[in-house]
Write a protein that binds this ligand. Structure first.
Ligand SMILES: C[C@](O)(C(=O)O)[C@H](CC(=O)O)C(=O)O
Ligand SMILES: [Mg+2]
Length: 281
């Protein structure tokens, strides 16, 4: 689905499968974010660039099959060099991505909020951005800068300017460490550049609200792994309770009911379709 930037400010919560995406839509979000961190964890894998283009595309297709919302896709480093970025953009756009972000880390990439990251040169990243622009039809290209934790804020700002000059549609300064840094980044990059912020937990960025990001002039804010982390804790509790009590009695009040679950997946539509088929329509 095409991006509608008319609002000029969008909150995109992270999703990691179609069910989570359906829940985000029911909560009235106008866009969603397919998180590499959430997806890899749900596969029992680390977010170190070990999943393939095919794997994320498969999940993107499953999500866009059932949820009609703009979706930003985490394309990590673009699955290789500029040539791989070119192909990734073709494939992800065809599978329904509205925007993708590619980041300037070397492989193996890491979560942007961890220590020990390394970045590629500005020149190499510009080649990736240009390849992405050549490949896209309408997909938005978000350039993620991972250098704040490696070379400092000044380097991140300079990269931001260079990525804008290369034609990136949106700039994503990763893992800034305070509101002051977000403000300084906005000030120095200029008011006409679209900016995305990442409000992940347990990382380098303190908790900042969407409203605060909006007032600091950011255009998109993602909450990439929040729902996954809450769900993970709830699942852990459920397994432990069953293991301990041999019963789910203590969990009943915490569950989505069967009715609610079926409403999310539009169950009745399929039942009705089946019965009208049986009656010959
Ligand atoms: C935004 C992110 O790229 C993601 O994959 O969701 C991660 C989030 C996280 O690990 O908390 C990131 O690198 O910040
Ligand atoms: Mg990621």
């Amino acid at each position: 689905m095409l991006w509608n930037f008319q609002d000029n400010f969008v909150i995109a919560p992270g999703v990691f499968n179609p069910f989570s995406a359906l829940l985000a839509k029911r909560a009235n979000f106008k866009a969603i974010y397919l998180s590499g961190g959430g997806l890899t964890s749900s596969l029992g894998l680390p977010d170190l660039g070990v999943i393939t283009l095919d794997e994320i595309t498969w999940m993107l297709r499953r999500i866009t099959d059932v949820v009609n919302l703009p979706i930003i896709v985490d394309a990590d480093t673009g699955f290789g060099e500029a040539l791989n970025v070119y192909r990734a953009v073709k494939v992800l756009e065809k599978a329904g991505a509205t925007a993708i972000h590619i980041e300037d880390q070397v492989m193996p990439k890491k979560c942007g909020h961890l220590q020990g990251k390394e970045v590629i040169s500005t020149k190499e990243m510009i080649a990736k951005i240009k390849a992405a622009l050549m490949a896209r039809k309408e997909l938005m290209i978000i350039a993620r800068i991972d250098s704040r934790g490696v070379m400092g804020l000044r380097d991140a700002i300079e990269r931001g300017k260079a990525y804008v000059d290369a034609g990136a549609d949106v700039i994503f300064p990763e893992a800034l460490e305070s509101k002051e840094e977000f403000l300084q980044f906005r000030k120095e990059i200029g008011s006409d550049v679209k900016l995305m912020a990442n409000m992940t937990e347990f990382g380098k960025t303190p908790l900042i609200t969407a409203e605060e990001f909006k007032s600091m002039g950011y255009n998109v804010v993602i909450f990439p792994v929040t729902a996954f982390r809450v769900a993970a804790k709830a699942m852990e509790e459920a397994y432990n309770a069953i293991a301990k009590d041999g019963s789910q009695r203590s969990l009943m009040g915490k569950m989505m009911t069967r009715r609610e679950q079926y409403d999310v997946i539009n169950y009745d539509f399929y039942e009705d379709l089946d019965s009208s088929m049986a009656k010959g329509l």
